[in-house]
Design a protein around this ligand. Structure first.
Ligand SMILES: Cc1cn([C@H]2C[C@H](O)[C@@H](COP(=O)(O)OP(=O)(O)O[C@H]3O[C@H](CO)[C@@H](O)[C@H](O)[C@H]3O)O2)c(=O)[nH]c1=O
Length: 336
């Protein structure tokens, strides 16, 4: 199997590249990543010398590079590459449309041209919008994105769907809830709060802190994608979620408790515009049809994550200082 993973230097992508290379050591993996602020080769240090792993620096918008890679005997494309942070999408929506919509279209065109066996789009539960106090998102829930980020992901998803309907391409879309775990960039709630707690800085909680997210340990997301890439039925969408809803305040309190720090660090700040109140995923389809089951309970997962950040405090310092091979060392198209 010859796999092209895009965005494989980011948080979920790098966890998945390592998961796949450990589980299927005979697979050939090509990782195409633009190494923007959120992606770093530091995340892949443990596998970067493996003979069947190749890193290529480049953007999914670069159609000639994408075409060159897809033309080299790739079987499957897994598209993890995305601008993913809601707050940044409020500042700069256009970047999100370029990467998440146009970038997906470039990949789809190339996958179609080279008649690849499969295309898997890694998406998000945010495309469904926001829930009230009850109910869950199923794969049939209408798309109702509320941020430029989620609108751009919904746009990408709809293009993937259209390439299945129009050109008969073998595609799947996965829509996962909030992930946490090692190597997550500290702009996202959990790593941000861990690192700020460790340094006794105020913890900015948007609004009343009662927004709800459904948290899943990143390795459980990887095992779900593994099943979808191998067994997903063509054209189908699969929701992935941990059945583990928590308010942001609960999350932050559990971090404070674990690190023995006072609640006085909590600092309520102005709410995020268009802030979705609650996400909750119904993952019955992937559980019953593909036999997926998450392995990590939240209590153990959050402890492992806090422990990882404690033991890897220098990871963040090294990323900030560019001590490892920094994106600027490489030119577009460089292969290592
Ligand atoms: C960064 C930050 C976040 N928050 C709140 C906003 C949200 O209700 C919650 C989680 O925020 P974020 O970590 O930014 O994640 P969220 O907006 O839910 O989106 C995440 O989860 C999505 C899946 O649901 C992914 O598609 C996105 O890429 C990912 O960023 O915490 C705060 O209260 N304070 C903060 O400083």
């Amino acid at each position: 199997m010859n796999v092209l993973i895009t965005g494989g230097a980011g948080f979920i992508g790098s966890n998945f590249v390592k998961y796949l290379s450990n589980k299927y050591p005979h697979y050939r993996i090509t990782n195409l990543d633009a190494l923007t602020y959120a992606g770093n080769l530091e995340n892949l240090k443990s596998i970067d010398t493996l003979p069947n792993y190749t890193f290529v620096k480049g953007n999914i918008l670069d159609s000639s590079l994408v075409d060159q890679l897809c033309g080299q005997g790739i079987d499957i494309v897994l598209n993890f590459a995305a601008e993913s942070h809601v707050d940044r999408s409020i500042e700069d929506p256009q970047l999100f449309i370029k990467t998440n919509v146009l970038g997906t279209q470039v990949l789809l065109d190339s996958a179609k041209k080279h008649n690849l066996r499969k295309f898997v789009q890694i998406s998000t539960d945010e495309v469904y919008g926001s829930l009230g106090p009850t109910g869950l998102f199923t794969e049939k829930t209408p798309l109702a994105p509320n941020s430029p980020y989620s609108a751009s992901k919904a746009g990408g998803d709809l293009l993937v769907r259209s390439y299945h309907e129009t050109f008969g391409m073998n595609v799947n879309i996965t829509r996962c809830s909030n992930n946490y775990g090692p190597y997550q960039f500290p702009e996202k709630l959990i790593p941000l709060m861990i690192l700020r707690t460790l340094t006794d800085q105020p913890l900015p909680i948007y609004g009343d802190g009662l927004n709800v997210r459904d948290w899943l340990y990143v390795e459980d997301h990887c095992s779900a994608i593994d099943l979808v890439m191998h067994q997903g039925i063509s054209g189908e969408v699969y929701n992935i979620g941990g059945n583990n809803e928590k308010t942001n305040l609960e999350i932050v309190r559990s971090i404070l408790q674990e690190l023995n720090k006072p609640e006085s660090l909590i600092n309520f700040v102005q709410d995020r515009p268009g802030h979705d109140r609650r996400y909750g995923i119904d993952a019955t389809k992937i559980r019953t049809e593909l036999g997926w089951k998450p392995k990590h309970h939240f209590e153990a997962g959050i402890q492992a994550t806090i422990q990882w950040y404690l033991e890897n405090r220098t990871w963040w310092e090294r990323i900030q200082s560019g001590a490892y091979r920094q994106s600027t060392d490489l030119q577009v198209g460089d292969i290592i």
